[in-house]
Design a protein around this ligand. Structure first.
Ligand SMILES: NC(=O)C1=CN([C@@H]2O[C@H](COP(=O)(O)OP(=O)(O)OC[C@H]3O[C@@H](n4cnc5c(N)ncnc54)[C@H](OP(=O)(O)O)[C@@H]3O)[C@@H](O)[C@H]2O)C=CC1
Ligand SMILES: Nc1nc(=O)c2c([nH]1)NC[C@@H]1CN(c3ccc(C(=O)N[C@@H](CCC(=O)O)C(=O)O)cc3)C=[N+]21
Length: 291
């Protein structure tokens, strides 16, 4: 049996349409959400993302502020820009594109962002809020994966989930969100022993490794829901972390790359910007955009 494709692109388009309607409702109160994206350096992949974020931000009716700084910008200058964005009432969300050039202290830069404008959810205060079950800004990629999983499976409680990858931006927050939904979560990484056997236990398998075709079809439990977070540029084009062509013959449902998690990440960035704007104005959180 061939797996059901999980159409992240279509889900993300729906989500953006909902967000656009909320933006119209805010306009009646004289409020326009604003998202500031900061890019340091000229990494070509990052430039593509930043351009695409700016375009989608404007399409849902929000204001987009793009700040491009040369790679050799000093950390103090970047911190100065962040301080100005923190103080600017027209800016509700701030995203500093990662990775930063090697001479910058990533933790210090993220730590300088106002946690209430931290639409990436990377500030330690938001990490701690998520971990302790408080209202937080939740990282976009894991939030997008959670939305796809709930849509496919409904209640996640009691489900066995394996997350491959323990990064601060994907693996760890993904595991926190699954745990919040009462899944039984295992986090795997490069030191995990017998990863194929562990994966075979998973009803939900999340691959966030960064290696093309890393997860093989015979690691997948028949009928499992597989979420492929990987973005790997190869000679054959953009591919995920899962050997997709073979895996779809075993899985129950699987996200493609491209067209799966990637578009959800950007839609969730807009969702977080809307949530941050609502909170900044003392309004209730918009329905269905927060975990
Ligand atoms: N679709 C989207 O919107 C997004 C996609 N991505 C993509 O997701 C992927 C992961 O990103 P990110 O989390 O930032 O990557 P990192 O490189 O920060 O983390 C990769 C993780 O994979 C683990 N890993 C590496 N090799 C193995 C192995 N042989 N066996 C088991 N685990 C292994 C590492 O383990 P260890 O900790 O032990 O080193 C690490 O925890 C990348 O392809 C990235 O491009 C990222 C963000 C958004
Ligand atoms: N502060 C910060 N926040 C991030 O969220 C962040 C970041 N830094 N650095 C880089 C990663 C990566 N990331 C992606 C976003 C969209 C797609 C995406 O839209 N992908 C399309 C394909 C796009 C293409 O063709 O390249 C898809 O999968 O269909 C992919 C990856 C966000 N990241």
């Amino acid at each position: 049996m061939t797996a059901t494709p999980i159409d992240g692109k279509a889900f993300a388009a729906d989500l953006r349409a909902r967000i656009a309607r909320e933006v119209v409702a805010l306009a009646a109160r004289g409020i326009t959400p604003g998202l500031a994206v900061v890019l340091v350096g000229e990494d070509p992949a990052s430039q593509v993302y930043v351009r695409s974020k700016g375009k989608q931000t404007r399409e849902v009716g929000m204001n987009s502020y793009e700040h491009r700084l040369p790679a050799e910008t000093g950390e103090a200058e970047l911190l100065d820009l962040i301080a100005r964005l923190n103080a600017d009432p027209a800016v509700n969300g701030i995203l500093v594109q990662l990775p930063l050039p090697a001479h910058m202290d990533e933790a210090a830069v993220i730590g300088a962002i106002d946690p209430d404008k931290d639409v990436d959810g990377f500030h330690v205060l938001n990490v701690g809020r998520l971990a302790t079950g408080q209202k937080a800004m939740v990282p976009c990629t894991p939030l997008g994966c959670l939305m796809l999983l709930r849509d496919r499976l409904g209640d996640l409680s009691g489900r066995r989930a394996v997350v491959i990858g323990r990064s601060n931006i994907v693996g760890k927050p993904m595991a926190q969100l699954l745990l919040r939904d009462s899944a039984t979560v295992t986090i795997a990484h490069s030191r995990t022993r017998d990863l194929p056997q562990l994966c075979r236990e998973a009803e939900i398998l999340i691959a966030a490794v960064g290696r093309a075709h890393f997860v093989k079809a015979d690691w997948i439990r028949p009928g499992a829901t597989v979420i492929d977070v990987g973005i790997n540029r190869t000679e054959a084009g953009l591919v995920g972390d899962v050997d997709h062509a073979a895996a779809r013959e075993v899985a129950g449902a699987i996200t493609p790359v491209p067209g799966g998690v990637g578009p959800m990440t950007i839609a969730c960035l807009l969702a977080n910007t809307l949530t941050a704007t609502a909170r900044a104005n003392g309004l209730p959180d918009p329905e269905g955009l927060t975990p």
